[in-house]
Design a protein around this ligand. Structure first.
Ligand code: A2P
Ligand code: 11C
Length: 342
């Protein structure tokens, strides 16, 4: 069986990556429908050796083109308005935005962690793709939770500019160019709250009344929804001048004692996880290693100095791929496996 596939946000950083991954994985595409705003009509995308014209996103377009699978990556308000039309037209929506993630009737899925939740897609016709920082973290937490039972997670993130889309990456490159022109001080930040070149910004998305940002609260809520767990999570999310891989320093307290060597072995068998942990050989995960790959790299795995129930580790994954496009396509592949053939 082959599927008619639409990509909403076809000209964006994640949309473009979805095409690449569908092609790399030989996804059974019958027809491809790249959708974006009226601004992009006339642009073309390449897929499997053919050119496809970008079509304007409208309420009717999903029904007209008999779409079976619709990837959405054009922002929360676009998903809020148009995803229901795609679902009504009979498509399964795989939504990369935060809009539906905490909806009880919408499964929030990382295929390595909770593939069984995909079966709930029929409730609203929508499957939500989690936040990028959450995806890479739960891929690492799940096997450790199964082994030692997590009580609490404290995470600090080092998030690439790609999390803010193409404009975010462009702002970093532009500011670096300005730095080499000795005119960086004249730049007004547009995408980020402050200068991002040669800087760190402890502020991603908007601040909430509790003093945490929305990004930090996504890591708290999404983690427990995906893992069907109730452990404590606290996050500090920081934007760093990196183009496209997010890094995370994670401290995990377990109910039981957890040995770093054992954790290394468990993680080396975990799906989509690569253990890179030879510090004396200078081998540890970095954005330059993770970028353009589909794996979540984990290293610096070590026991706490004071408490044998605590582990510290460092994990890195490509935000556009693992944190968005690859997870979305993995969801589609699982959906095809579970539901598509029915
Ligand atoms: P367009 O290029 O036509 O504005 P990124 O996350 O890299 O910034 O990309 C955002 C993507 O979402 C782009 O493909 C953009 O298309 C698309 N998009 C943004 N707003 C809309 C909208 N109102 N309707 C359809 N697509 C939209
Ligand atoms: C960032 N995590 O790095 C954000 C981007 O909820 O899908 C993705 C936001 C989301 O800026």
């Amino acid at each position: 069986k082959r599927y008619n596939v639409a990509v909403v946000g076809a000209t964006g950083a994640v949309g473009e990556e979805i095409f690449k991954i569908l092609e790399e994985r030989n996804f059974p595409v019958e027809n491809l429908l790249p959708l974006a705003s009226a601004r992009s009509v006339g642009a073309e995308v390449q897929f499997a050796g053919k050119n496809y014209k970008v079509v304007e996103l409208t309420e009717e377009v999903f029904e007209k083109h008999h779409v079976d699978i619709a990837f959405f990556s054009a922002g929360g308000s676009v998903s809020a308005k148009f995803a229901p039309y795609a679902a009504q037209a009979g498509a399964v929506v795989i939504d990369n935005t935060s809009h539906f993630r905490m909806d009880e009737d919408v499964p929030l899925v990382v295929p390595e962690v909770n593939p069984e939740d995909i079966a709930l897609w029929r409730k609203r016709g929508i499957i939500a793709n989690p936040n990028c920082s959450t995806i890479q973290m739960v891929q690492v937490l799940k096997p450790l939770h199964d082994a030692f039972e997590i009580e609490r997670v404290d995470v600090s993130t080092y998030q690439a500019t790609s999390g803010a889309g193409k404009k975010g990456m462009e702002e970093l490159v532009y500011q670096m160019q300005k730095f080499f022109d000795f005119t960086l001080s004249e730049c007004e930040p547009e995408v980020f709250a402050h200068q991002i070149a040669l800087n760190l910004i402890p502020h991603i998305d908007v601040f909430q009344e509790n003093g945490y940002t929305k990004e930090e609260m996504k890591m708290v809520k999404e983690t427990n929804k995906i893992m069907h767990s109730h452990f404590a999570v606290s996050a500090t999310c920081v934007r760093v001048p990196v183009l496209r891989s997010h890094s995370e320093s994670i401290t995990i307290r377990f109910k039981n004692s957890a040995d770093a060597k054992e954790a290394r072995e468990i993680l080396s068998k975990a799906p989509s996880v690569v253990v890179m942990d030879e510090p004396l050989a200078k081998k540890y995960p970095m954005p330059s290693i993770a970028t353009d790959t589909d794996e979540t790299y984990v290293g610096r795995i070590r026991n706490d100095i004071y408490d044998e129930k605590i582990l510290h580790l460092w994990c890195v994954a490509d935000q556009i791929r693992v944190g968005a496009a690859t997870n979305a396509v993995r969801i589609a592949q699982k959906w095809v496996e579970i539901e598509g053939e029915k």
